[in-house]
Write a protein that binds this ligand. Sequence first.
Ligand SMILES: Cc1cc2nc3c(=O)[nH]c(=O)nc-3n(C[C@H](O)[C@H](O)[C@H](O)COP(=O)(O)OP(=O)(O)OC[C@H]3O[C@@H](n4cnc5c(N)ncnc54)[C@H](O)[C@@H]3O)c2cc1C
Length: 341
Amino acid sequence: MTSDKHFHTIIIGAGPGGLACAAVLAQKGIDVLVLERSRRIGPKVCAGGVTWSGLARHLPDELVEKHFNSQHIRTGRQKTVITSPEPIISTINRENLGQWMAAKASRSGATIKTGTHVTAITEKEVITSSARFTYDFLVGADGSNSLVRRYLQIPVVHMGAGVQYLLTGNFTDMVWHLDPDQFATGYAWIFPHKDCASVGAYANRADMSPKVLQEKLHHWMAKHGMNTAGLKAEAATINFDFRGWHFGNRFLVGDAAGLASGLTGEGIYSAVCSGEAAARTIMDPVHKDVQLAKLIKKHRRHTRLLHLCGANNQFAQIILETLVAALRVKIIHFSALEMGE
Ligand SMILES: Cc1cc2nc3c(=O)[nH]c(=O)nc-3n(C[C@H](O)[C@H](O)[C@H](O)COP(=O)(O)OP(=O)(O)OC[C@H]3O[C@@H](n4cnc5c(N)ncnc54)[C@H](O)[C@@H]3O)c2cc1C
C-alpha cells in the first residue's frame, strides 16, 4: 500500500475536539483531514449538558434542547436550588451538535472521512484498513481510549466512568445528587432533554467500580420512582489523566488528552477549547492560549478536590456538604464546578 495523499494536518476523531480543531484550521485555508471510525458523526454516550461559562453561550438556539436557569442539588443532608439570570446549563443532542460542527468544518474546507478506522500511526503516516496518509501535524482527538496517546506512550491511570439511561417523558428539573455514601466522589443526575431525560451517574473508577456505580444508580432511580425495565444502559469511560497536550508536531485534545473534569465528567467544553488551542498552535508555534491555560488550571483544581474527597469518606461528606452550602448562600458560584470561566 502506498500513501494515498499528504495533508498538512490529520485529525483522528470527529468528536467536538477534532471538529473544533478542523474548523479553525480550515478557516485559515489549511489542508486538513479528519478521520472518523463511525459512519455517522455525533452519536456518543453523553448526558448532553453544556455549561453557559463553557460552550452554551456560543451555540445557536436551534441546537439547544432545554435551558436551565436553576439547578436542583441534593446531598445526604441538604436540598437546595441554585438560580441564575443566565441559563447555568443547557442540554444538547450530541448527534445534532456533531452534525452542526461537521457542517461548519466542511464548509470551511476540511475533508472529513467517516467509516474510516485508524489502525496504526507512524512518524510520518496514518494508516487505515484501506489507505495511508502522510502528515506534517497530527492531532489525537480520538477520545478516552486514544490510539494517538498510546502511540505517544502516555499512560492513562486516572479514569472516570459514566452510565446513563434515556427515559422518555417531559422532565422539568435538572437534578444533581451528591452523596458519598451512595456515589463515593461521584454523583447521580437528571438532565432533561426535549422529550426525554438522561438519568445517570458518574464516579472516579478508583473510588467506585462501574458495576457498583450501575447498581447504585438502579437503587437511586427506583427510590425516585424511575423504572429501568426494558431500557438499555449506556456506559463509557472519561479520561481525566492530563499529562500534556503538545508533543512537537503531535497534539492530544479533549478526552485523548485527559482534559475532562475528573470531578464532574464535563468534557465537551474541554474538547472544544483544547481542539481550538491545538489549531492555533499549529498555525503559530509561539501562540500562548489563554483559554486553555485557564482550563488546565481548573482541571488541576478539580483533580485535587477529587483526590482529597477520595481519600476519606467522612472527609468527602464534609467537603461536599460545605460546597453545597457555599453554593446555596452564594459564597461560590456554580461556575466553580464548571470547566469554563
Ligand atoms: C455517561 C456520560 C455522560 C457525559 N455527560 C457529559 C455532559 O453532560 N457534558 C459534558 O460536557 N461532557 C459529558 N461527558 C463527557 C463527554 O462526552 C466527553 O468528554 C467528550 O465527548 C469528549 O470529546 P472528544 O472530542 O475529546 O472525544 P469523543 O467525543 O469521544 O470523540 C472521539 C471520536 O474519535 C473517534 N475515534 C476513536 N478512535 C478512533 C480511531 N482509531 N479511528 C478513527 N476514529 C476514532 C470516535 O469514534 C469518536 O467519534 C459524558 C460522558 C459520559 C460517558
